[in-house]
Design a protein around this ligand. Structure first.
Ligand code: KIV
Ligand code: ZN
Length: 503
């Protein structure tokens, strides 16, 4: 019989903590809804003591999510646990996750605590959290560089005081697959009460072994794996959810394991996170990279055509990659569009459907045929548009040459008003962004800008992403169009709207 492995997603906590991945409340909620559709067992929604914004988003996610456990992180301190409880208390299934470091280097230099004090503190804080909720996870931070016998002592103290989940983090991505197998086996064989709790791993990817280590821990008998979508997270990231899940789905025979994940939602979840954070996957990224299922060499193509399994160990459909079908054109009506969206798994509110249909029509005017990938690019980004759009693009005229500086005339709509301005810049995009800054009356800092093609061909959709900074606030803006300048302008306006919504 296969072990059921629970998937604990920490994209909104460990993932969000990493540079360039911060999300606002609306974006976190959107991501949490998608994680629920993916059927993750646990959503770690944030670190409520970290900031009022973190607390608010954990609360909002707790109110909305019904099918997954919602978890809030807390150091082993009463004030952190109070805040975590405040965050998750409205959830259908709330969990408090408390942690303290157990490795010699962390205890001596970071905590300045003796091993005895650490054991006492772990015990007391698990008991404190248990007064609030019946589901308490305890993590021994830097467990994989800790003395195994000391680790066992701390874990026993946590279990004695009511911990329901024990998590073994490889906080600095140091351990190797064989070692983690041995460590988990040692813990299982030597810890009093371990059979009563869920045993979990949480691996970082500093040496590129986070997924391999997680799977080795699965073989050794853990029943929960902590991971993030696209593997985002501190430094080199966390174990990638899609890789862990698809490895278990594909090699469950060897691993003796299965998950409850709806794998057909994997691609959409990955794309949503890319749209929100602006962090794109390299083409060769396993499972969700654009080349992950592409067979380039003649020998491979021939093999796959003759028998798919010659070179394909899983299908693109199994992770929900839309087939690049020629589906709709400019004469397709609202009904055909809505039906295609439903076939692709999108359920949009009436308002979002109206907006999406408008975007589809204007795209169909420019392109002869609109493929599933085009639709996915339009809708994937649409869901993360800001609620209250302060500015909308009316028109742009840009004069650009390689001999003089560029000039942009931009017209935006704000409410009932049309506002226009002209600016120069070192190229068409720079001048357009400068003109928008003049209209808005603010000098936003452009931290990053990227452009990619959604599909192939001259009339392919371009997707532009910008990262804009205003004071301490950084946001990601996204825009799509068959015209890369328009895509860039839309991305900039999307970023500006997000910044204005935050002030
Ligand atoms: O990497 C780590 O140790 C963590 C813990 C808080 C679980 O993220
Ligand atoms: Zn971590």
């Amino acid at each position: 019989m296969k072990n059921h492995i629970k998937i604990f997603d920490t994209t909104l906590r460990d993932g969000e903590q990493s540079p360039g991945c911060s999300m606002n409340l609306e974006e976190k909620l959107e991501m949490a809804r998608q994680l629920e559709k993916l059927k993750v067992d646990v959503i770690e929604a944030g670190f409520p003591i970290a900031s009022p914004g973190d607390l608010e988003s954990v609360k909002a996610i707790s109110r909305e999510i019904k099918d997954s456990v919602v978890c809030g992180l807390a150091r082993a301190l009463p004030k952190d646990i109070d805040a975590a409880y405040e965050g998750v208390r409205q959830a259908v299934a709330p969990r408090i996750h408390t942690f303290i470091a157990t490795s010699p280097v962390h205890m001596q230099y970071k905590l300045r605590m003796s091993p005895e004090q650490v054991v006492e503190n772990a015990a007391a804080m698990v008991a404190y959290a248990r007064k609030y909720v019946s589901d308490v996870e305890f993590s021994a931070e830097d467990a994989c560089r800790s003395d195994p016998d000391f680790l066992v002592k701390v874990i026993e103290a946590a279990i004695d005081n009511g911990a329901t989940v024990i998590n073994i983090p490889d906080t600095v991505g140091y351990i190797t697959p064989t070692e983690i197998y041995d460590l988990i086996t040692y813990i299982k064989n030597n810890t009093r009460g371990i059979e009563k709790v869920e045993l979990s791993v949480h691996c970082h990817n500093d040496l590129g072994m986070a997924v391999a280590n997680s799977l080795s821990a699965v073989r050794a008998g853990v029943t929960q794996v902590e991971c993030t979508v696209n593997g985002i997270g501190e430094r080199a990231g966390n174990a990638s959810l899609e890789e862990v899940v698809m490895a278990i789905a594909t090699r469950g025979d060897f691993l003796g394991a299965k998950t409850g994940i709806n794998t057909q939602q994997i691609y959409r979840t990955s794309r949503l996170l890319q749209a929100i954070t602006g962090i794109q996957m390299p083409p060769n990224k396993a499972i969700v990279g654009s080349n992950a299922f592409a067979h380039e060499s003649g020998i491979h193509q021939h093999g796959v055509l003759a028998e798919r399994t010659t070179y394909e160990i899983m299908t693109p459909e199994s992770v929900g990659i839309p087939k690049n079908l020629m589906v709709l054109g400019k004469h397709s009506g609202r009904h055909a569009f809505k039906t295609r969206l439903e076939e692709l798994g999108y359920e949009l509110s009436q308002e979002k459907l109206d907006e999406a249909f408008k975007m589809f029509k204007s795209l169909a005017d420019k392109k002869k045929v609109v493929s599933d990938r085009d639709i996915e690019a339009l809708i994937g980004g649409q869901s993360v548009q800001v609620k209250s759009e302060h500015y909308r693009l009316e028109s742009f005229i840009i004069n650009s040459s390689n001999t003089v500086s560029s000039t942009a005339l931009i017209t935006l709509i704000a409410g009932d008003e049309k506002i226009e301005n002209v600016a120069r810049g070192s190229g068409p995009i720079d001048s357009a962004f400068n003109a928008i800054n003049l209209i808005v009356g603010k000098e936003f800092k452009l931290v990053d800008y990227s452009l990619r093609s959604v599909t192939e061909g001259k009339d392919a959709l371009g997707e532009a992403t910008v990262k804009l900074k205003n004071g301490g606030n950084t946001v990601t803006g996204r825009g799509v169009s068959t015209d890369i300048i328009e895509a860039s302008i839309k991305a900039y306006i999307n970023g500006v709207n997000k910044l204005l919504a935050n002030v």
